[in-house]
Design a protein around this ligand. Structure first.
Ligand code: HEM
Length: 464
């Protein structure tokens, strides 16, 4: 009897604590923060989950937030998301610094050149499949290119990351995709990460996938290390470069008494590249196809450039650097449809302009708003006009606020990787097809993790 009373009392206390936390989180804390922040047009609270989030839209304040990266740093990753993926993008301070230094060389142009055949193999597969489809349907067919391009994006990362283990790479990609869907379908757990411990079906599934991905990558690493020992592997993919960097860096750091990179760190980074690299590049390519369908004159100009530089041949690495007009088009697409928003956070009360931002507030820098701001881009800010990049990025806007790949030291490590993939895929598409929007396409950019066409990108492909 006494035991039952004790259990009931404990349960009651836990429920009361949980309800208190919910009230505090969704009602009291955001109210308090809103009172503390001055009511100004430049800054407003967009949503308040476990942490209040404030949006900064004034160009001067944005520049301050991004330049003062030691005061406005990356927020601590959500514990629920952290359970599945950590890595460079979520680290801060010394750990970020060490990892960034180790990972930087894996994305240098020379290394990308060596990965280029892997990019081409994935692209060829997609283009050949599209050609077969178009041939079967009298020279034209409708496709949701967002879905198609996501698969090619996953394939490119799989091959570039785990080149010689493409099938295992693909299973990891599919599991990670399922994991993302589970995370997005659990908004409550995102707001209250403690719910991840409940034994619900989706939590159990998420844990199962998590373990499976880790064991697959660990298996690939073991096989790779064995192949390298036997000298039967060229080791030029991201995994090979990471393992090499891990070994070299660990020798150096041990000599300095520091901490290098562990195998678990390598696993986390590989997992993260899938998430960071695949959706972003897919979004860029999908929006480019949508926008070039809306502006056929630019589609023609881009195709003419591809034929002039590459002809009907397979693009080579150096050819892609000569596609100036295509570069301008991609830059303009990234201006109007940047993949991400940037989130920063304060760990102590911090001055921003004439405001004081309390500790623990997240600041959201909505790249898409800045990229469409007439103050920065002039009266024609909303128009698609790649010409504005004809004299380079620095002359494209009055305020020089163009940052689709982020800002300063935290700028995207995979920028060249993503642009290379986009140019390769786009030039091959332009060489074989012309395309237009399907009547079933609805223009609805939606920003969840990445800005995507909400209902897909239905395009009609025609054989050239
Ligand atoms: C068009 C494609 C891409 C876009 C638009 C893009 C955009 C961005 C942006 C805006 C950031 C900065 C985030 C912040 O400061 O909070 C970022 C960081 C990052 N991106 Fe990308 N990205 C792209 C492709 C890729 C690819 C292909 C990879 C890897 C293969 C990648 C890996 C990363 C990583 C690891 C970071 C974190 C860097 C750090 O914090 O030091 N990205 N990306």
């Amino acid at each position: 009897m006494a035991a039952a009373t004790l259990i009931a009392a404990t349960f009651g206390i836990l429920v009361a604590i949980f309800c208190g936390k919910v009230l505090y989180t969704i009602w009291w804390w955001p109210k308090m923060i809103e009172k503390k922040l001055k009511e100004e047009e430049k800054i407003f609270v967009v949503w308040a989950g476990p942490t209040p989030r404030v949006t900064v839209t004034d160009p001067k304040l944005i520049r301050e937030v991004l330049n003062r990266y030691n005061e406005f740093h990356k927020p601590e990753a959500n514990a629920f998301i952290n359970m599945f993926v950590t890595g460079l993008a979520s680290y801060d301070g010394e750990k970020w610094d060490t990892h960034r230094k180790i990972l930087n060389p894996a994305f240098h142009v020379e290394k990308l050149k060596r990965m280029f055949p892997a990019f081409c193999a994935c692209c060829d597969e997609m283009i050949n499949r599209w050609e077969e489809l178009v041939n079967k349907t009298a020279g034209s067919c409708e496709l949701d290119v967002a879905e198609e391009l996501l698969n090619v994006g996953g394939d490119v990362i799989s091959r570039a990351a785990f080149g010689s283990n493409i099938e295992e790479g693909r299973s990891i990609f599919l599991l990670q995709k399922e994991q993302c869907e589970l995370i997005l379908a659990s908004p409550f757990t995102l707001f209250f990460p403690s719910l991840r411990f409940l034994p619900t079906a989706s939590n159990r599934k998420a844990r199962y996938i998590h373990k499976k991905v880790i064991s697959l990558i660990r298996g690939i690493i073991e096989k790779r290390e064995d192949a390298v020992r036997r000298g039967v592997c060229d080791n030029d993919d991201i995994l090979g470069l990471l393992l090499k960097a891990r070994n070299e860096e660990n020798i150096k750091s041990k000599a300095r008494g520091g901490r290098g990179l562990s195998t678990d760190d390598v696993i986390e980074e590989c997992k993260e590249f899938y998430l960071a690299g695949q959706d972003t590049t897919t979004a860029l390519l999908s929006w480019t196809m949508v926008v070039l369908s809306m502006h056929p004159e630019w589609q023609d100009r881009a195709r003419n450039e591809v034929f002039r530089v590459i002809g009907k041949n397979k693009p080579k690495f150096d050819d892609l650097n000569q596609l100036k007009l295509m570069n301008m088009i991609l830059q303009e697409v990234l201006r109007l449809y940047p993949a991400l928003i940037l989130i920063r956070s304060t760990s102590k009360s911090t001055k921003l302009g004439d405001m004081t931002i309390p500790a623990g507030v997240q600041l959201c820098v909505p790249i898409y708003l800045v990229h469409r701001d007439p103050q920065v881009w002039g009266d024609e800010a909303l128009m698609f006009n790649p010409e504005r990049f004809s004299e380079g990025v620095s002359k494209a806007s009055k305020e020089q606020l163009y940052f689709p790949f982020g800002w300063g030291p935290r700028m995207c490590i995979g920028m060249n990787f993503g642009m290379l993939e986009a140019k390769l895929v786009l030039s091959q598409i332009l060489q074989r097809f012309w395309f237009e929007l399907s009547p079933s396409y609805t223009h609805a950019p939606q920003l969840t993790l990445v800005m995507k066409p909400q209902y897909g990108a239905q395009i009609i492909l025609h054989k050239l």
